[in-house]
Design a protein around this ligand. Structure first.
Ligand code: CMP
Length: 806
């Protein structure tokens, strides 16, 4: 292939990308964004070219994008309600943005935007825009600033045009005779000047006055508001305010005597004292005045209660109005779709929710009853009530957990210090430190940069690429302790890799890369202890003595063969199921733009990399020097904060729902042991199986299958909790170390047969902009993943036996 023909478009592309990068970094709208967010945003901007005179958007159309001018000049044109040609209200140059109004309000486009010459825009679609505004308050602020400036400019335009009208009115008045001018000025006390009123006020001169008014822009007896206010100002200047008021009183008198009620009342509304207006309104109604319904409504609403009560006619009018309003009370505007949704939600949720709340109340009542005779029974009943509430998902998780603590103490199941002991445990401190450091790492941009560098250095073959993404997901486990957060970081870079090779959306190649990245980032979370809060949760639930040997290193040693088997098996399954083709020459323009927006490696990134290395080393060698890993974790949090990589906001943004719940979970095992519940469970199982010797592998398989079933009912954390509570005491009966229960549950609980089953899957799907794989493709892979994992568990048994865990 001709090298130049490949390179030239790339170079052109690169040049454009560079300019786009400068533009984004300088654009006012994005001025509040940090460089990491900006670099992520860059992947979502599509350049669109325009020729002179072409429209980027048309007034009145529905809007679905925001635009940023990257080349050329664009004019904003607004068309009025009349047939006059559109007015050019603004000009947008490089860095300017438009199209935000329709996106924010849902109204049609407020203006037409045309290219003055050849130009280019960067287009951001509605979904990304909304996401950005939601995530970043700075964008909202920048948008309000831009809208306020536009409103200010529009107000100035209105003021300018009022000046112009005033000048024109005064010139026209100057051209009139003194008498004509006086008559025209007098008319300004009226909002409308119909022929009848003019005849009443000016007699035979009425027709002449009407002609003069038409010259001034009066149309069918109505004046433009700006002309009336110019005339009123001139009237006051020429005759003085007192004379204007006296003339207005005279006008009201004349018009009401001639039964021109509507005009009389309109003048009275502006110029007469309130009580005079109220009296006149009553007179008019009694006289059976023909008033427009708009005016009647307006005036009746304008009256106070006392004013209405002062005259029986007005009181009757108000009553009639109120009754009419009640009868015609418009139903709140709800779209048909919304109604349908509300209805189906009611059907789906209400009965279920009522039943679950009622059931859990029954369990709590039973627990209260049982607490006098048997504390363990009360404990189990409370837990059952909590599980029902978790399944129904009516309240946030932490509420149910905290409710448990309160109930334990009230029912005398645990002392207050025992019920909240988990919060003071080193496990809780460790997970807190891991979450905080994970946030600081993500915010520093280090992880995103590594992801982009990976795209730059991706191997050629697709299998190697899939393996690279899966491995990156796994390695990220060391840096980012939450699978959803890893998916969010990794999938956009996988998408960038797919785009740079021009893979079609949801093609087998694209799905292969995307799902490899997802499996590395999500389901393999058990590879490293700090890969997920669930790992800590599981570990926290096994007895203290059994837990001691599982530091970061031993956990990895024990989990590695299973993880390796599942990784290789999943890649093979992906290949077999998706049957991808081959790769093509990649273009790195987009990634280069993102890297250039990230800029040079910052101090924060370097500091965070160092802290991370120190943390991992500290975790592993600290204990041999008598330093607790939790304290190493806290030291790293302090270091990150002192270095300015972790601020109060990042701390507030931690997953406190989980942290609060986790504190309660950690309090559970000692309480259960004190109550003798775990001993009772294991005795019961021992009793049931009697002397039959069951193979440990059967126990492991049963655990896995039980877990897969439970995951269709309960969220991840609660599945681990429930199964660990029930199965950990049983494990010794089968000569299995409790950790094996934990790893089995962890290895089989990230399922995505139903998309909503796993948060990390949903995040992966969305972070790949729904472009890398379909749910259909993913579901097939999920079944294969389950089989591979089950086989992996069996294959790992001899190794675990060798480690002394079976
Ligand atoms: P939108 O209504 O979505 O589509 C047309 C866009 O033109 C609008 O958003 C604004 O971004 C822009 N626009 C409308 N009126 C003005 C104005 N007076 N000055 C500057 N820009 C405007």
């Amino acid at each position: 292939m001709d090298g130049a023909s490949i390179n030239r478009p790339d170079e052109e592309d690169l040049r454009r990308r560079r300019r786009a990068s400068e533009l984004l970094a300088r654009a006012e709208l994005f001025s509040g964004l940090d460089r990491v967010t900006l670099a992520k945003l860059a992947a979502n901007l599509d350049p669109v070219s325009f020729r002179k005179g072409e429209a980027a958007c048309n007034q009145g159309e529905k809007g679905d994008s925001l635009y940023l001018v990257s080349e050329g000049t664009f004019g904003v044109y607004v068309r009025g309600t009349d047939d006059k040609p559109p007015v050019r209200v603004a000009e947008l140059t490089r860095g300017g943005c438009f199209g935000e109004m329709a996106l924010l309000t849902g109204e049609p486009r407020s203006a037409t935007v045309l290219a003055d010459g050849d130009g280019e825009l960067l287009r951001l679609d509605q979904e990304r825009f909304t996401e950005l505004v939601r995530r970043d308050p700075n964008i909202g602020l920048a948008l309000s600033a831009s809208l306020s400036r536009r409103l200010g400019a529009a107000s100035r335009t209105i003021k300018d045009s009022e000046h112009l009208i005033r000048d024109r009115v005064e010139r026209q008045l100057d051209a009139l005779t003194a008498e004509q001018r006086a008559n025209v000025l007098r008319v300004s006390v009226l909002d409308e000047a119909n022929e009848q009123s003019l005849a009443v006020l000016f007699g035979a001169d009425g027709a002449d006055v009407a002609a003069r008014l038409a010259d001034l822009g009066w149309d069918e007896g109505r004046a433009p508001a700006a002309v009336v206010s110019a005339l009123r100002a001139a009237h006051a200047r020429a005759f003085g305010p007192d004379n204007v008021a006296a003339y207005a009183r005279e006008t009201i008198e004349k018009l009401s005597n001639a039964e021109c009620w509507q005009d009389a009342l309109t003048v009275a509304e502006t110029f007469a004292p309130r009580e005079k207006f109220v009296a006149l309104f009553g007179r008019a109604l009694r006289a059976g005045a023909e008033l427009s319904s708009d005016k009647i409504l307006h005036w009746l609403q304008w009256l106070t209660e006392e004013e209405a009560a002062s005259d029986p006619v007005l009181a009757a009018g108000r009553d009639a109005l109120r009754q009419a309003q009640v009868a015609a009370e418009p139903a709140p505007e709800i779209s048909f779709r919304q109604r349908l949704l509300n209805f189906s939600n009611r059907l789906r949720n209400k009965p279920g929710q009522i039943v679950s709340v009622a059931l859990s109340v029954v369990f709590v009542a039973a627990a209260i009853y049982a607490s006098t005779s048997s504390k363990p029974a009360a404990f189990v009943l409370l837990l059952a009530g909590a599980i029902i509430l978790w399944i129904a998902a009516i309240f946030p998780e932490f509420v149910v957990y905290l409710g448990l603590v309160v109930a334990w103490v009230f029912l005398g199941i645990a002392k207050p210090s025992e019920a909240v002991a988990g919060f003071g445990s080193t496990s809780w401190i460790s997970i807190f430190a891991i979450l905080a450091i994970g946030t600081a790492l993500a915010e520093s941009g280090l992880v995103f940069r590594l992801g982009l560098l990976l795209v730059r250095r991706l191997p050629k073959g697709l299998i190697a690429q899939g393996a690279a993404y899966l491995a990156s997901g796994l390695l990220l486990t060391l840096l980012v302790p939450a699978s959803a957060a890893r998916a969010r970081l990794l999938l956009p870079t996988a998408l960038a890799a797919a785009q740079s090779q021009r893979f079609k959306d949801r093609s087998p190649e694209s799905a292969f890369l995307g799902l490899s990245a997802f499996i590395g980032a999500g389901p393999l979370l058990y590879t490293f202890l700090n890969g997920s809060s669930s790992n800590f949760l599981g570990l926290g639930l096994i007895p203290e003595a059994a837990r001691a040997q599982f530091d970061l290193a031993f956990w990895f040693v024990a989990a590695a063969p299973l993880a390796a088997f599942v990784s290789i098996g999943s890649l093979a399954a992906l290949w077999f199921i998706l049957k991808p083709g081959t790769t093509q020459q990649a273009s790195h323009a987009q990634v280069d733009l993102q890297l250039s927006l990230l800029g040079r490696t910052t101090g924060n990134e370097i500091v965070m990399a160092l802290i991370l290395i120190a943390l991992v080393v500290g975790w592993n060698i600290g204990p041999s020097f008598g330093i607790n890993p939790a304290i190493v974790g806290l030291a790293s949090v302090v270091a990150a904060a002192l270095a300015g990589c972790l601020n109060r906001q990042s701390l507030n943004d931690l997953n406190w729902d989980f942290l609060v719940s986790f504190g309660v979970v950690l309090s559970l095992p000692p309480i259960m042991t004190a109550l003798g519940i775990d001993a009772q469970i294991s005795n019961a199982v021992r009793h049931t199986i009697g002397n039959a010797s069951l193979h440990p592998a059967i126990f492991v398989l049963a655990t896995a299958l039980l877990n897969i079933g439970t995951r269709f009912l309960l969220p991840r954390g609660q599945t681990v909790l429930l199964l660990a509570i029930i199965l950990i005491p049983v494990a010794p009966v089968f000569d299995v170390h409790p950790w094996i229960v934990v790893i089995t549950v962890l290895a089989t609980f990230t399922l995505w047969v139903l998309p909503n089953q796993s948060v990390s899957y949903v995040v992966a799907y969305e972070s790949s902009e729904e472009r890398m794989f379909s749910h259909e493709q993913a579901r097939k892979v999920c079944f294969a993943f389950i089989i591979v994992t089950l086989v992996g568990l069996l294959v790992s048994m001899p190794y675990w036996r060798w480690l002394g865990l079976v």
